[in-house]
Design a protein around this ligand. Structure first.
Ligand code: SAH
Length: 329
């Protein structure tokens, strides 16, 4: 899945195959921009600081975030240095074109990985980034575990040791059941949390997956907007899997984890509909229906409001970030 997905993002416009929240409504990126401003203020307004996005796609989220943040807090816009984590040269070019006009500070810098970001206080945003990272799938047999590999004739099972997951995750998996492990996501979030707890800052990650620990096969391929066979035409379809939020919380270390909260609740708490109302008022009469419909697509539980979730990781001294007040203990 790792290599197939790198080839896919390098050679394709992923947005022909699926639509993401920032592409559905400009209010999504705007709300994340306002979130970043409030968090920056709670950090003591460091100048300079690193504003980063992992997997910025077409650059829409960051363009919307910067446009709003610049109006809301010019001091935030002047203090930031923008860093983008993106491996695809084609998408880097799209991001430069989309974001450039909204940037008050120096040109963005691109990196191949989150670990390559420079030192300093950090605010990192990412939407649908972790779900693109490769997973491993393990199947419980009668006497032990096997790992699913891609062989010449399709999936094949090779006997292996028990996966490196806590017993309370492995015990409920029945014979024939599948459990997934996304080591790159755990390593990425673990490393991110270590730097946040040493150098200050916060990360907000939005993605889709269950909020409680579970198991099952969630590997999905999307091609041209429709489900496809994950093994057909590697590099031609977008491969994703559910993000294991409970597992991410276990690698937070000294950083504080908040959430996950359902995306619908998160966006609504942060004023999505007030923002949409303002956007509708700026339209000619009777033209705002599509804006309201787009917002409902993001928050309705039967659409993207419930399966999609927000999780945040913060320096331990920071207050609970906006949108997570109700869930933090
Ligand atoms: N956040 C965007 C795009 C989501 S698609 C949106 O919401 O619209 C996933 C993004 O992550 C793409 O930009 C893709 O090129 C990038 N990406 C995927 N795997 C990556 C990796 N291992 N390292 C860096 N970027 C990656």
């Amino acid at each position: 899945m790792g290599r197939a997905n790198a080839a896919y993002y390098a050679g394709h416009d992923p947005f022909a195959d699926f639509t993401t929240a920032p592409e559905i409504s400009q209010a999504f990126g705007e709300i994340l921009g306002a979130w970043a401003v409030v968090v920056w203020q709670s950090m003591g307004r460091p100048q300079p600081f690193i504003l980063a996005e992992a997997g910025p796609g077409r650059g829409t989220l960051m363009a919307d975030a910067l446009r709003l943040a610049t109006r809301l807090a010019p001091d935030f816009a002047a203090a930031l240095t923008l860093h983008l984590v993106e491996t695809s040269p084609r998408l880097r070019a799209l991001q430069a074109a989309a974001i450039g006009p909204h940037l008050r500070s120096a040109a963005p810098r691109w990196h191949d990985s989150v670990e390559a970001l420079p030192d300093g206080p950090l605010i990192l945003l990412a939407n649908e980034f972790l779900d693109a990272l490769p997973i491993r799938q393990f199947v419980r047999g009668g006497t032990g575990w096997s790992e699913r590999h891609v062989g010449p004739g399709g999936f094949e099972l090779l006997a292996c040791d028990a996966p490196l997951l806590p017993a309370d995750r492995l015990d409920p998996v029945p014979e024939g059941g599948v459990i997934e492990l996304c080591e790159p996501a755990l390593a990425l979030v673990g490393g991110l949390c270590r730097r946040l707890s040493r150098q200050g800052g916060a990360a907000l990650l939005l993605d889709y997956g269950p909020g409680v620990a579970g198991h099952g096969d969630t590997l999905q391929a999307l091609r041209g907007g429709a489900p496809a066979d994950p093994l057909q035409a590697p590099g031609e379809a977008d491969l994703t899997a559910h993000v294991d939020f409970p597992a991410l919380r276990t690698v937070a270390g000294d950083a504080k984890a908040h959430g996950p909260v359902p995306q619908g609740r998160f966006l609504t708490a942060l004023g999505l509909f007030a923002r949409i109302e303002r956007l509708v008022r700026a339209q000619p009469p009777g033209q705002g229906g599509a804006l309201v419909e787009a917002a409902h697509r993001l928050v309705d539980p039967s659409r993207m409001g419930s399966l999609f979730k927000a999780i945040a990781f913060c320096h331990p001294a920071l207050p609970v970030p906006p949108g997570f007040e109700e869930v933090s203990s």
